[in-house]
Structure formats: C-alpha cells, structure tokens
Design a protein around this ligand. Structure first.
Ligand SMILES: [Zn+2]
Length: 156
C-alpha cells in the first residue's frame, strides 16, 4: 500500500523517545475527534498546543483512505495513557462516535493493520477505549476495528 511519509515535514518540539521493536505489544486504533476534513498539520498544531512534542499518533488515515505516516514507528507515541511504550497508534481523522466511516477509510485501516502486523506479528489489534476511559475511536470506529480483527485473524 502507498503510505505518504510526513515524518520529515512535521516539526516536533523535542527529540523522539525511542523504543525497541520488542516493546510493541498493541496496535491501537483511534479517531481524532476532529472534523473529518482536518489536516494532519492542524492536528499536529493542536497536539503541540497541549504541550506535547507534536502529533501523538504514528499514522493518520484521511476520509479518502490516504494513509499518512506522521512519526517514526519506533518512537514512543503520546496516544494511550500508561501504554505508550507498548503501542503503535493509528488514527482515523474525524469523529466516529457520530458518523460512519467511509468504506475507503475502513479498508485503509485493514491494509495498514496487515502491513504493521507483518512487522510486529505478536502485536494485538485493539482500540483506545479498551485501554483508557474514552469513547475513542467512537462506536462506529470500534465496529470497524472489530471487523479488522476478524479479517486479520481469518487470514492467519
Ligand atoms: Zn484515542
């Protein structure tokens, strides 16, 4: 799959904390809780405003199914309280508590999960609300993550 790499275009306020390949235990799906038309850059700026070093996820998926890599996968993210060192984080741009995900977005999530599981075969696919007290990635998002889990398990 084509992944647009923005990691060298986004300016982070401090160097990434690095981790080992073996630290990764979870592949965690999120939604950004923003408009589905929000840009990666605007989400990055909002996370900087929260005092983080920059966008907290590793990948973002836009409504047309484009996948953006937004920070190196072996950098410790800021996306799951208490589990950051163990998590690779993927965020669908938009709010999927209220809205259904476009099919392109769901398919891109599945494809990206397959790519990441090839690299981290022991990682468990899950979603933010399973690990923290949040609705993220929303009820429609959670339905899609459950579908992704069934698909990746089915393909062995
Ligand atoms: Zn989340």
């Amino acid at each position: 799959m084509f992944i647009e790499d923005l990691t060298h275009k986004l300016k982070f306020s401090s160097p990434f904390k690095q981790r080992e390949h073996g630290d990764v235990k979870y592949l965690v799906f999120h939604h950004t809780g923003t408009s589905s038309r929000a840009s990666v850059e605007s989400i990055h700026m909002a996370h900087l405003d929260r005092g983080w070093s920059g966008i907290g996820y590793h990948y973002c998926i836009s409504r047309d199914g484009t996948v953006y890599k937004v920070r190196p996968v072996l950098s410790v993210p800021a996306c799951v309280k208490g589990y950051n060192r163990a998590s690779v984080c993927v965020a669908w741009i938009g709010d999927y508590e209220k809205n259904k995900l476009p099919e392109e977005m769901a398919e891109a999530g599945l494809e990206l999960a397959r790519v990441l599981l090839a690299r981290f075969p022991k990682a468990e696919v899950t979603w933010h609300a399973k690990l923290n007290d949040t609705v993220c990635p929303g009820k429609h998002g959670i339905d899609v993550v459950k579908w992704i889990i069934r698909e990746v398990m089915g393909s062995g």
